[in-house]
Ligand binder design. Structure first.
Ligand code: ADP
Length: 624
């Protein structure tokens, strides 16, 4: 347990927590303003009551003048009511501001995932980093949430408590006992002794507490994170209506959910945390409370002795005891917060490592020429590529040129590199060797957003969102109704659109709307094609665009392929070789290389070629 925490020095822990304060301050400074206002009022409220209560008791025990008693009682009541109201209002404000912290954190993580180099998004180390951050946050708000929610709050409370307590307890040390047997209480050494005991207990008690809590925060961290992960996976299986719930019922997979949930009882009777609680953790936490109570006992003794010896009236007994115990608890809180700052640094280190991941891909600045004649030319020149962490070449020495307005079909067996070629074309990754050129210029030199604007891509694993159909097609909240409808019709979705009562406003899926429609795989594919058409980019890339379509819908798409593509340059990846016939040229991929390039007739004529083999492999079932 020790080693993990000791990896981060006190200085580094402090710097990381300060960085987290700056992180939240830049996002929403009301987080700190509301916390400070609320905690200061809450921390000083008891002192006001204590002060006036002491006056009241003093008056009762002393002169007991009725008018004075009524005056002080009225002040106590009014002050308590006003402070109660103010602190309740501030608490509401603080709660409202803090409510969104979880979502803000998730949004920041999402923004980072979207802005980092694509190759990093599926890197195992990056995924693990993000998982670790989210698990710490889900578990007990560790990380940046801990700073905004607890650490800052506790520091403000502790400091206010200490200042208030010092102000109120001055009389305890300055009031003198009359000459006699008890005048040793006036000695400055008495003050040193009391403050010494207070400091010792204020240090020892939180130290024991932090040590005890480490059995939970560090000793059980792996169990809790694993438990969270299991819950997120198995706990949602039966309610995840889109992907898993059908399988759960069909194969009675709830058995696994129950088994996993039972095995997941990380806080059960025989679990590690229970053993810790019965053993060292319970002992240390109990001892922490006991030590702080020892100080309370000493404080009572000192104050009562001074009052008994005549240093002050009985009214001050409550005031001084409350003040000095508050002083001790304020110092304890400050010290235990320091322990929390140290533990939290472990999570903050990962958080900032994630947020500060550098973008390594070259960011060009050239603008892409907007050509009304759509005269763009793309060339792959000796391109080779390996996925991060892989030793295998996904592409090896690929060279080819797409001429304007050309329909290029890309075929090949699974894993031959077709999709990888598209990913490189869209600059999701940079080639390891060679270069890709747009109109003779390396695509790395273009501004990325501008470069992407000339491509429409329908990936194999495209995703539609739980939004109205029109917004899905336009990929925007506001859209051109007529154009969206036309694109859907061109993609073959027209008849289905006609059956939708709310037309383009029909919500897809039921996540946010009970009237939402569930579309079939084929219908979803048509919507994805319509989305690519709506963008109206000069290049259109279709990766297996008809895989989920029935034969009639597929034939329909082929029949109007030319109308669909118009004057765009099209790259068409397909397993069905019959669909490549309407393309001008065909690139045959095999084990990451382009092994053949030409028209359908040319490639078929090569009896020993890969294309001929693939063609015949598919054709034989239809012929026989
Ligand atoms: P195709 O589209 O022709 O089916 P891909 O381009 O998807 O083939 O894959 C080419 C090769 O790259 C395959 O060997 C595949 O396993 C590998 N590959 C694809 N994606 C990744 C990835 N994200 N990480 C590592 N290897 C990958």
């Amino acid at each position: 347990m020790k080693d993990k925490k000791d990896q981060i020095s006190a200085k580094e822990a402090w710097a990381l927590n300060k960085k987290a304060i700056a992180y939240w301050w830049n996002i929403d400074r009301r987080i700190f303003i509301s916390t400070a206002a609320c905690n200061i009022i809450k921390a000083i409220s008891p002192y006001i009551t204590i002060y006036f209560s002491a006056q009241l008791i003093g008056e009762i025990a002393g002169q007991h003048r009725p008018q004075e008693l009524v005056r002080i009682a009225a002040i106590v009541l009014i002050a308590t009511a006003i402070m109660g109201l103010i602190s309740a209002a501030l608490q509401r404000w603080k709660n409202a501001v803090h409510e969104s912290i979880f979502y803000i954190n998730r949004k920041q993580q999402l923004d980072k995932m979207l802005s980092m180099d694509f190759c990093d998004t599926d890197d195992m180390d990056v995924q693990n980093l993000l998982r670790h951050i989210q698990e710490g946050d889900n578990w007990s708000g560790w990380g940046t949430t801990r700073v905004s929610g607890k650490i800052f709050s506790d520091v403000i409370t502790a400091v206010t408590k200490i200042i208030g307590a010092v102000a109120l307890s001055v009389t305890l040390f300055t009031s003198q006992v009359p000459q006699g047997n008890m005048d040793f209480l006036n000695s400055p050494w008495m003050v040193v002794l009391i403050l010494g005991i207070m400091m010792a207990t204020a240090i020892i008690s939180p130290m024991l507490q932090v040590k005890g809590e480490r059995y939970f925060t560090e000793g059980c961290a792996d169990e809790v994170k694993r438990s969270n992960r299991i819950f997120c996976c198995y706990g949602h299986m039966a309610i995840d209506d889109k992907s898993r719930s059908e399988d759960v019922r069909m194969y009675t997979q709830e058995v696994f959910c129950i088994e996993k949930s039972n095995a997941n009882a990380w806080a059960g009777k025989d679990s590690k945390i229970s053993r810790y609680a019965r053993g060292p953790m319970g002992f240390l936490l109990g001892l922490a409370v006991a030590v702080s109570r020892i100080f309370t006992g000493v404080a009572y003794l000192f104050v009562c002795l001074k009052a008994w010896a005549g240093a002050f009236g009985v009214g001050y007994v409550t005031q001084d005891i409350s003040a000095i115990t508050s002083l001790s608890s304020g110092v304890s809180l400050l010290l235990s917060t320091w322990g929390m700052i140290r533990t939290n640094a472990i999570y903050l280190k990962d958080t900032f490592a994630f947020f500060e991941l550098p973008n390594k891909m070259y960011q060009g600045s050239l603008t892409v020429e907007k050509r009304s004649d759509r005269n763009y030319q793309v060339e792959f020149r000796n391109v080779s590529f390996q996925y991060p962490g892989s030793q295998q070449w996904a592409l090896r020495n690929v060279s080819m040129k797409f001429t304007i307005g050309e329909r290029l079909a890309v075929v090949g067996q699974n894993g031959s590199g077709k999709t990888t070629m598209i990913k490189l074309l869209c600059r999701l990754y940079d080639p390891a060797e060679g270069e890709i050129l747009l109109n003779g210029i390396n695509i790395r030199k273009y501004n990325y957003k501008e470069y992407m604007s000339i491509f429409s891509v329908v990936f194999q694993d495209f995703q539609l969102l739980s939004l109205p159909l029109g917004q899905n097609v336009a990929a925007a909240g506001q859209y051109d109704n007529g154009w969206a409808r036309q694109c859907l019709e061109e993609a073959g979705f027209g008849p289905r659109l006609a059956t939708m009562p709310q037309g383009l406003e029909t919500c897809l899926f039921k996540d946010f709307d009970n009237k939402g429609v569930a579309v079939s795989g084929g219908e979803a594919q048509k919507i994805a094609i319509a989305r690519a058409l709506y963008k109206n980019a000069p290049f259109i890339v279709l990766d297996e665009p008809t895989a989920a379509l029935d034969p009639i819908a597929e034939a329909e798409i082929y029949a109007k392929f030319n109308t669909l593509i118009q004057d765009r340059t099209a790259v068409y990846i397909s397993h069905r070789l019959s669909s490549c016939r309407f393309c001008d040229r065909i690139a045959v991929f095999h084990e990451g290389s382009v092994v053949q390039f030409g028209t359908h007739e040319e490639l078929l004529a090569d009896k020993n070629g890969q294309y001929n083999q693939l063609w015949n492999a598919q054709a034989q079932y239809y012929v026989s």
